[in-house]
Design a protein around this ligand. Structure first.
Ligand SMILES: Nc1ncnc2c1ncn2[C@@H]1O[C@H](COP(=O)(O)OP(=O)(O)OP(=O)(O)O)[C@@H](O)[C@H]1O
Ligand SMILES: [Mg+2]
Length: 277
């Protein structure tokens, strides 16, 4: 099972989240509790997803891991270091992928060379490899407006991974994609992740996608969010395109949906009208 133990190819860092909570506007008249205390230990190289209702605090948690938002209580350690400022050894991907319109796809990926002072030659080689692996060589010299949404998303994925970060944080990165492209990008992400096994924290609204990609899934309650279930996904990798072929797949999906039903996030169908003429 690939999810257990630390294989030599794992490049990820462990994360320790201890009693981390968030209250917005703590000193104001109307403080707002966005997260109840969260405790999670994420081993190096794990692919962990977070699912939960809109507004339950998923992005808040991610921003605190990235050091982009102050926590109200508790501690977050990446490796052995407490997060006290924006984390640099990280690849971050958001839903709106923010490619720069005036740079080609390749030059968007090469941004890291300019921002992080990474050697251009080395980075260009890695970038070309990734474009090839995602079958996007033809897109390298095009501008974002000349690419489809799915291509832009994959360019953004390359940019997230090209500097080989040991931690990747992804917040609904595939939200804007159609179902077919989303499936393709899921396969691509898994194969890229398997090459180096960075630690990945992945936020998604799609339960199927979470089960398809993850070693482990945190299920959160509605706001103020807390972890109500912590599920290890034991499905072999690489995972098939048609996940339904794995008999255990539906069991994981059902388990999460049942939580959402119990928590009032999902409601059953209303009784049919009986007096319709
Ligand atoms: N800077 C802020 N100031 C005040 N309240 C905030 C701030 N950022 C987020 N919130 C509130 O905290 C709660 C959690 O927000 P968050 O963005 O973490 O939710 P989420 O789980 O990512 O939702 P979604 O799935 O819709 O992206 C929400 O009620 C939101 O309105
Ligand atoms: Mg969010």
């Amino acid at each position: 099972m690939m999810t257990e133990g630390k294989s030599p190819s794992v490049t990820g860092v462990p994360i320790h989240i201890r009693d981390v909570s968030k209250v917005f506007g703590e000193d104001s008249e109307k403080p707002f509790r966005a997260l109840r205390p969260i405790n999670v230990d994420i081993p190096a190289g794990q692919f962990i997803s977070v699912v939960g209702a809109s507004g339950c605090g998923k992005s808040t948690l991610m921003l605190m891991i990235a050091g982009l938002l102050e926590r109200s209580t508790g501690d977050i350690k990446i490796g052995t270091k407490s997060v006290t400022k924006p984390v640099t050894e990280v690849g971050i991907a958001f839903q709106d992928h923010l490619l720069l319109e005036f740079r080609t796809a390749f030059d968007n990926v090469m941004l890291h060379a300019d921002i992080r002072g990474i050697d251009r030659k080395e980075l260009a080689k890695r970038a070309r490899d990734l474009f090839a692996q995602l079958r996007l060589e033809h897109a390298m010299d095009k501008y974002p407006r000349q690419l489809s949404g799915g291509m832009r998303q994959r360019v953004s994925l390359i940019r997230t991974l090209v500097h080989e970060p040991s931690l990747i944080l992804m917040d609904e990165p595939f939200g804007a994609l159609d179902a077919l492209t989303r499936l393709q990008v899921r396969m691509d992400l898994e194969s890229l992740w398997l090459r180096r096994r960075p630690t990945v924290v992945f936020i998604t609204h799609s339960v199927e996608e979470a089960v398809g990609l993850s070693d482990r899934i945190l299920v959160m309650s509605p706001s103020p969010g807390e972890v109500v279930d912590d599920i290890e996904v034991h499905l072999p990798r690489p995972r098939p395109i048609v996940l339904g072929d794995a008999p255990e797949f539906a069991g994981y999906v059902d388990r999460i949906h049942r939580h959402f039903e119990r928590l009032g996030v999902l409601h059953g169908a209303p009784l049919p009208h009986t007096n319709v003429a």
